[in-house]
Design a protein around this ligand. Sequence first.
Ligand code: PNW
Length: 484
Amino acid sequence: FRKDFMWGAATASYQIEGAWDKDGKGQSIWDTYAHTEGAIEDGTNGDITCDTYHKYLEDIKMLKRLKATHYRFSLSWSRLLPTADSSAPNAAGVAFYNKFIDGLLANNIKPCVTLYHWDLPQCVQDKGGWQSEDVVEKFKEYADFCFSQFGDRVKLWVTINEPHVQCGFGFGMGIHAPGIKGQFSPIYHTDPMNACYQVSRTMLLSHAHTYRMYSSKYRAKQNGLISITLNSDWCEPKDPSNPDHVKAAQFYIDATLGWFAHPIFKDGDYPDSMKEHILEMSKAQGLKNSRLPVLSEQEKNLIKGTYDFFGLNHYTTRLAEQITDETQAFAIHPDMPSFVYPDPSWERAGNDRLPIGSEWLFIVPTGLRKLLNYISKTYGDPSIIITENGCSTKHSVNNPGDTKQLEDEQRCRFITSYLNEALKAHLLDGVDLRGYFLWTLMDNFEWAAGYTERFGLYHVDFEDPARTRTPRKSAATFTKIIEE
Ligand code: PNW
C-alpha cells in the first residue's frame, strides 16, 4: 500500500455515544425509533451503548494502541443543533466534539468525520424529514456549522453514510428509522408517493449542495477532502451463461451502488437501466409518469462531480437471478427485478459452532477486489477509500468457554483475507486505493439487531456500568498488519 495509506477504524454517533438526552442534546429519529416497542430485535436501544460521550478518552487510547493513523466517526446533528437551527447551537455538544478531535490529533490520529450517519433530528423529521425539500437547506445549514466549528482541524469529510441502505431500510422496508413502511403493503403499488425515491433525491441534493458550499466557502482556507460513502455488495450472475442472470446481477449493482454513484461520479443522473425499468413498472401499474423523480438539467449539473474521493463500505457478495413473485418480498426497493442471495458454499459470519451467524454477511474476500476494479473502471479511476469493512459475530447464543468471543479467529481471517484482496487490487490491478477503515472499533448498537450482532475489534461489556472494553485477538491482527 501507499506510504500515506490511511489505516483506521470506523464508528457512528448513535451506535456508540449514549447520553441520548444529556447536556442539551435534542432527540433524533433513532432515539424515537429504538424506543418503539418491537422495533429492535433484543428490545434494547442506544441510550447508553458504549457511553463514548463520557469515555471518549478510552476510545482514543484504543485507537492509539491499534496504531491507527485515522479514525472515522460521525457527528450527532441533534447534539450539536438540538432544534436544527445553527443560530442556537448546543455549547456542550460543540465542546464534546472539540475535546474529542483535539484528543485524536494530540495522539497523531487524523479525524475522518461523517456528517450524517442516520440520526436525523426528530424536529426535522416532524417537518417531513428526508421526504421534504426543506431538508436540503437544513442539511446545508448543519454542514456549514460543522465546517465552521471543526474544519480547521478536520480534513476528511463524508456527507452522508450509505444513502441507499437508508432509503431502502428506512423508507419502504421500514426496518430502520424512521420506520416508514409501504413497499410491501397491499397499497404500495398504487402509491405514487414512493418515499424511498423522494428521499434518494433529497439526499443527493443535500450532498451536492454541501459539497459545493464547502468548495466555495471553505476549501481554500481549510484545504480538506469531502465526498459521500456508498455501501455496495459485489454481485455475480448465478449462472454466467444465462443472460437473465447477467442482467439481474448488473441491475442489482446499478440500483444499489449506481443509484448514487452514477449521478455523483458520472453524469448527474440515475443509471439508464433504473430509469427505464422504473418507468416500465410505473406504467404497468397505471401511473402516468415514473415514480422515480426526474432530475432537471440544473440538478444534474449540480450533482455531477461532487466528490474528492470514492467512499466505499463493503461487506459481502451475492449471486443474482431474476425475481419471481415468491422472492419479491426480499427486494430492498420496490422495483428491483433481481433476486440476490449467497452461495450456500460461502462461509457465513458468526461463530462456527453456532447454527446461524449474522443473517446477511457471508465471507467472500475476492468480491472486494472485483468491486474495487468495477468502481475504478466504471467511474473513471477515482481515489477510493474503504470507509467500512468488517465481520460480525452473533452474540446472543450461548457460547461456552469464550463468552466474549475474544479469540475471534474468523474475524482475524476476514481482515487478513479482505485486505489481501484490496492489496491485489492496488498492486496488480492499479486501483487507486487510499485507505481502509475497519468496521468497527468496538462492539456497539447494531441498529435493528440491537446488541445481538458484534462487529468490534474490542469487546464491550454492556452489563457493566463502566462499559469495559477488552481487545479481541483481531485487534492485534489488525495492528500487526498496520505495523508491517
Ligand atoms: C453499515 N446490508 O450498514 C453501517 O454503515 C453501519 O452503521 C453498520 O453498523 C454496519 O454496516 C454493519 O451492519 C449496513 O444489509 C447495514 O447489506 C446493512 C447492510 C449493509 C450495511
